[in-house]
Every structure is written in C-alpha cells, then in structure tokens.
Design a protein around this ligand. Structure first.
Ligand SMILES: [Fe+2]
Ligand SMILES: [Fe+2]
Length: 482
C-alpha cells in the first residue's frame, strides 16, 4: 500500500484503505477501483490523497496504531461532544496501542476539509497516547491524556466557523476569540463528574508554551502539567501536517523540524525527543525524491529516522538507505503530498495568505553576514526582505523609509545591541510593526529583556528555516491553530 496525493490519483488505481467521511459512513471502501468521478469527488471534498495498492507497493505494510473502528467511534464521539462515549473510545485507544510491538504512528489521516476538527482531535489523541505510552507513564495517566486530547478543542464549537475558516489574517477581536477556545473546552467539561480535574487542567493548558508565551494564562514550564505538554506538541504537529483553508500541509519531516525548532521554547524537550521516536519523518508508503534525482516510495523503517528502506519507482528495487554503500552519500530531498507540483520547500508557502497581494515587508538586522543570508533565504520567497548589519543602520533606515511589517533583530551585535536598538526605536512611529529577536542564548534575563522591549517572539540561532518561516507567519498573519 502507498499514499498517493490527490492530484496524482489516476482512474484504475485500487484503494488500499477505506476513506472515511463523517457525512457518509464510509464514502469509499477498501478495494474500490477509482474512476474519474470518484477522483473528482475526493478533490472537491479537499482530501489530501488516498492509500492505493499496486505492484510496487503490494508488500509495503502500513501498521495501524488504532483500529479503523476505534477511529470512527472517536470521530463520532467528539462530534457529538458525548463525554461518556469519549471515555469509552479513550479506553479502547489505550488498549489498541498497548498491543503494539513497536509504537509508531505510520498511517496518515485521510480527512476532508469538513472533517478537520473531529479528525484532528482523534489524531491528536492517537499521537498523544503513543507519546505517553512510549514515556511509560502509568496506565491511568495515559488514559487521562487520551480523554483530554479528545476533548481539547471541544470549545471550538462555540466559535463562529467563519473565524475558524477565515482565509488570511485574523483581526485582533477574532484572534482573541480563537484564544478563548481552551477555556471554552474547560467550561464545557466543568460540571461533568465523569471528568477529573487533571483532565480539565490538561485541556485548558494545551496552548501554553514552555517560555510562558502561550495562552490563555501564560503559564510557564513548571506550571504546565505533563499531559498538556504532550497534547500541545502533537496538536501543533497535526495542525501543521493538515490542509486548511489558509494553508497547505507540511510534510511530516518538515513539521517535525518545526517541533524541534521550538524545543525548550514552546515545547517540553523530553516530549519532543519521544515524539521523534514515535512519529516517523518518512512513514512507509510515502513518496520521496532522492538527491540523485531518483523517485522512490518508503517501504520500511530502519533504526535511522532519516534513512528508511525505500523502493525505487520504475524498477521496484529495494534499497536500505541506512546500510547500502552505493547510497551512502544519497539523501532524501523532498517528501510528502505535493511532489508532482514542486519538489522545493517553497511549495509549503503556495496558497498561503499574501500570495496574490503585496508582499509584507521584513527588515533583518544582524551583524553576521552568514546569518543575514540564512534568514533572508528562508523568507524571501514569501516576504519582501531587506537586510542591514547594525542597529544604527536600522534606525536610519526606519527614519528614512518608515517601519516594516516585521523587524527581525539579532540581539548580540557590536556597538548598539538589538534590544537597545529596539528601545531607541520607541521614539519613532513604527505603527503596527512586529518584532522578533534572534538570540544564541535564551536564558531568563534575555527572555525578559525581549518581552520588555515588546517582542512578539524570539528565535534561537542558528536559525532553523522552517521554524523561522512559521514563527514569522504567526507573528505577521496570526496564523495559529484554528
Ligand atoms: Fe486548541
Ligand atoms: Fe487542537
């Protein structure tokens, strides 16, 4: 079985796994041969793709983390906000996962646009239970994680769908409303005696960040329960890998790269490390492009997350990238759902807000030319980027040309440092300019200085391009989890 992106599906391909749609109990059964009409229906409904079986993929096995039945029951229970059923499904999930020899979430979720919130909650629960089980938490704790994960976004049903699905930037009121959803979820569970207070705490804290920059209460690392930390990290992973009205999906490897970039800042380091072992960067059945130009499909795991066993398209030859001496210098350059459209990482930004409008202005200030270049190249496909080498040059630029939409400021610079530069800028009208600091160390003092100077965010150097791009998008477009 292998995963084929919706644009690459062809009539005659045979489904390897049923496609679930919440309106029609089972839209297309396993074994169905696709035709023009069924493919068109999958496109219209916003599916990412489908698992199909063909000669090359016949012997590629993709393990199920939880049974199809448990998954469907989970979707229904969440949709109906039926806490009794949610608890039953949570038990079944924990039981399903405890039967696995090796905990790995290999199966991609095949959801449509409409099914986002409900499938998302079940996916988050699957990932969260996998992480909790791998951490060897006690069974009742894993069960608690499962219930909280299934309930984490229940409060979104209280928010106008026009806000949830809005394309482009949210205004301040809409943004505030989105940020209320953990509290709404908490309130919905408040009087329910089936739900323990630790489940409610996990629910209300699922958007809190390690550094205190999260919401709704800005809690810091030591104040956030472990179950909430687990749900937080896998929640972001699932949101990044899904297609939404306002963004294209990230490939798993890129979403994991983002999570790694936020380690210790947004996410608990221990949780991130375990996550990397239970969510594969290149799951079996996924298409990849190699640095020598060959195309292949991932056929099995190895002990190295970035070097799986693959099968070459065309010849069907199997190669273990972790061992094969002929391929020791060959690596995977692209993977995921958009391969036919573009093999470049830039494809991540297609369809993002700002594509058809004037590019937002970003000013990068950094004394290191290497670092300036890296920041610029990570952002220039999406933004109008200017770079300068000192605080003085920055102030002169803003005096002459006005403020950009976003200022990315290195902290550690000779002469005027980044924070002092930003403080000096307070004299001028910088309008709605957002500030993101770059720093080599994120100790408490630095973080407090950044906050006092009005920073929207700070990013650790050396810059991880995917993390930088997503954080910039969040700072400028308020494009967070909706
Ligand atoms: Fe949420
Ligand atoms: Fe969520």
């Amino acid at each position: 079985m292998r995963f084929v992106a919706v644009d690459d599906l062809e009539p005659g391909m045979k489904l390897g796994r049923k496609i679930i749609n919440r309106n029609v109990v089972s839209m297309l059964q396993k074994g169905v041969v696709l035709n023009e009409m069924t493919i068109a229906r999958l496109k219209i409904n916003g599916y990412l793709g489908a698992y199909i079986v063909d000669d090359i993929s016949e012997d590629i096995e993709i393990g199920e983390t939880i049974s199809e039945q448990t998954f469907e029951e989970g979707v229904t229970a969440v949709e109906e906000a039926d806490v009794g059923s949610i608890i039953e499904v949570a038990k079944q999930m924990v039981a399903d996962i405890s039967k696995l020899d090796r905990i790995s979430v290999d199966m991609l979720d095949l959801r449509s646009f409409d099914d986002y919130t409900y499938h998302h909650s079940v996916n988050v629960a699957v990932y969260a239970v996998a992480v909790a089980a791998k951490m060897e938490l006690p069974e009742e704790k894993i069960q608690e994680v499962a219930v909280a994960a299934l309930c984490h976004d229940l409060g979104k049903t209280k928010i106008d769908p026009a806000i949830i699905n809005k394309k482009g930037r949210l205004d301040d009121d809409e943004f505030e409303e989105i940020r209320r959803h953990p509290k709404y979820s908490y309130d919905m569970l408040y009087d329910n005696e089936l739900v323990s207070s630790s489940v409610r705490q996990a629910v209300i804290c699922h958007h809190e960040n390690e550094n205190g920059s999260g919401y709704p209460n800005g809690k810091e690392s030591f104040e956030i329960p472990l179950s909430a930390k687990i749900i937080h990290a896998v929640d972001v992973y699932d949101a990044l890998t899904s297609r939404r009205a306002y963004k294209e999906p990230y490939a798993p490897v890129d979403a994991l790269e983002y999570i790694t970039g936020g380690k210790g800042i947004l996410f608990d380091p221990r949780v991130v490390e375990v996550m990397m072992t239970v969510i594969p960067a290149y799951p079996p059945g996924m298409d990849v492009i190699l640095s020598n130009g060959e195309r292949a499909v991932v056929s099995a795991h190895t002990t190295l997350a970035l070097r799986p066993v693959i099968k070459l398209h065309g010849t069907g030859k199997e190669i273990d990238l972790s061992k094969d001496p002929d391929y020791s210098t060959v690596f995977i350059t692209a993977s995921g759902l958009l391969l036919q459209e573009s093999s470049e990482v830039e494809s991540l930004n297609e369809g993002r807000p700002g594509k058809d409008v004037i590019k937002k202005k970003v000013l990068v200030v950094d004394d290191s030319s290497i670092s300036r270049g890296q920041t610029k190249s990570a952002l220039q496909s999406v933004y109008d980027v200017t770079s300068l080498e000192s605080g003085t040059a920055c102030i002169n630029y803003i005096k002459a040309k006005g403020a950009p939409d976003l200022l990315i400021m290195d902290i550690d610079m000779p002469g005027m440092d980044g924070v002092t530069t930003v403080e000096n800028l307070h004299e001028y009208d910088t309008g709605d300019m957002k500030i993101v600091f770059l720093t080599a160390v994120a100790d408490r003092d630095t973080v407090i200085r950044c906050k006092m100077a009005g920073a929207a965010d700070y990013i650790l150097k050396p810059v991880n391009p995917i993390y930088l791009r997503e954080r910039v998008s969040i700072a400028i477009d308020k494009n967070l989890d909706r």
